[in-house]
Design a protein around this ligand. Structure first.
Ligand SMILES: Cc1cc2nc3c(=O)[nH]c(=O)nc-3n(C[C@H](O)[C@H](O)[C@H](O)COP(=O)(O)OP(=O)(O)OC[C@H]3O[C@@H](n4cnc5c(N)ncnc54)[C@H](O)[C@@H]3O)c2cc1C
Length: 398
């Protein structure tokens, strides 16, 4: 008989419902507590789900629904700002292609699946504190209410409160020196190959784009910003001014110049402060554990944040299914996950250094890049191990 019956989950973003669904499959009940007052439909931009994340979604039974709201991206191109293709990655033999999904759609699919599974999601509950008791945990929310369960799972994102409860000395996210911007321009502004994501390492900066047949040409880029801005500071700058800054920054880099020339400030996507989590020394205590961005947010350039969050959710539930003592289950979970997520984060940090090359390296990008692409920056080598990861749900986790 299971000794673990009920998990409290702080955070109802991506990892929260994913871990709740995986726990349900493992026969463990949970309740999700989300700080926002209502479901956050419509918030966020496009993100990539790699084959490893898609396979993890299959385990929790949302793969078919996800396919309906996402598009396959079988081809990744790396190009220079003169349009020359430097490298082409057509995926790995025998693997389904990555898919691009709008975060709100991924969120909705997971949330609805949790609701259909009868998992309660309580909104307007911001976790403020938690205390471990003999055999359980008590959580306190900012509205003064309490909840108790057998364990507390921190799926509360990169600014996790649970992380600080487990270890008050835990590191904070590391600002990577830029803000991320994106938008959508109408079809026809330029020819864009379907089912392809293009990454341009330009003379002035990194720029990416893909075609969404329903919306238009979607683009994204990074604008260097020396000091970490606050969200309020970002919000005070009008969208038209951000666009102006981007146009100035990218200069005559193509296709940034052309796409930004047609960009409408009203169709800019929400700005993102680019951050990543350094390695977190303590992933768990006796009754509390972290999952998703709370413990391993790689830089967005990894294209793996959501995929890793879903993988970890599934592995955590598998360990809790097989190991009745939570502290041992958490330790096994960490053992299964730490090396992988830290490797992905380190690889993304390397990519960031390439993206933020200095003026000389940028001027020599057409020489540097082909060498890099054949060696450490080789897409097949870089993505191989990341995309090939599979979880054997049936196998005993001990
Ligand atoms: C620009 C950008 C591009 C990205 N691109 C990709 C990509 O291509 N591929 C990819 O896989 N990933 C990508 N990611 C990352 C991906 O979005 C995240 O890794 C993923 O959403 C992690 O999910 P999460 O549930 O851990 O965190 P979140 O989605 O941040 O969810 C955390 C939830 O917890 C809630 N919360 C916070 N504090 C509390 C509290 N105290 N109490 C209760 N609730 C709380 C929040 O309101 C939120 O709903 C990208 C991220 C960014 C910023």
């Amino acid at each position: 008989m299971k000794t673990l019956k009920h998990a409290l989950i702080a955070g109802g973003g991506i990892a929260g419902p994913a871990v709740a669904l995986a726990l349900a499959k493992a026969g463990i009940r949970s309740t999700i507590f989300e700080s926002y007052p209502a479901a956050a439909d419509g918030v966020g931009a496009g993100l990539m789900l790699a084959p490893n994340g898609l396979e993890a979604l299959k385990i929790i039974g949302v793969h078919a629904e996800l396919r309906r709201v996402s598009r396959p991206i079988p081809q990744l191109l790396i190009a220079d700002s003169r349009g020359k293709v430097l490298s082409r990655f057509d995926g790995l033999e025998g693997m389904q292609p990555s898919r691009v999904v709008w975060r709100p759609d991924l969120y909705r699919v997971l949330r609805q699946a949790a609701e259909h599974a009868g998992i309660p999601i309580v909104y307007g509950k911001r976790l403020a504190a938690a205390g471990e008791t003999t055999g359980g945990v008590d959580a306190l929310f900012t509205d003064g209410s309490h909840a108790s369960g057998d364990m507390l799972i921190g799926a509360d994102g990169i600014r996790s409160s649970v992380r600080a409860l487990i270890d008050p000395a835990a590191p904070s996210p590391h600002y990577t020196g830029s803000v991320g911007l994106g938008g959508i321009v109408p079809h026809g502004v330029m020819q864009v190959p379907a089912d392809t994501m293009t990454f341009v390492f330009g003379r002035h900066g990194f720029f990416g784009y893909w075609l969404d047949p329903d919306r238009g040409i979607c683009w994204f880029g990074n604008l260097p910003h020396a000091e970490r801005p606050t969200t309020a500071e970002l919000g005070r700058i009008p969208a038209a001014q951000w666009l102006e800054r981007l146009r100035e920054f990218y200069g005559d880099d193509q296709p940034a110049q052309r796409l930004l020339g047609h960009a409408d400030p009203d169709r800019l996507l929400p700005l993102v402060i680019n951050e990543m989590m350094p390695p977190v020394p303590r992933w768990h205590s006796e009754r509390m554990v972290l999952v998703g961005d709370a413990v391993h947010a790689p830089s967005s350039s990894s294209g793996q944040g959501a995929s890793l969050a879903i993988e970890s959710a599934v592995q955590l539930a598998r360990c809790l299914r097989d190991i009745p003592e939570p502290a041992y289950a958490f330790a096994r979970y960490e053992q299964l996950r730490r090396e992988r997520v830290e490797k992905v984060a380190a690889a993304a940090a390397k990519t960031n250094r390439q993206k933020a090359a200095g003026p000389l390296a940028k001027a020599l990008m057409h020489v540097v890049m082909p060498i890099a692409l054949k060696t450490f920056f080789n897409p097949a080598r870089m993505f191989g191990a990341q995309h090939a990861y599979r979880i054997d749900w049936e196998a005993f986790a001990r």
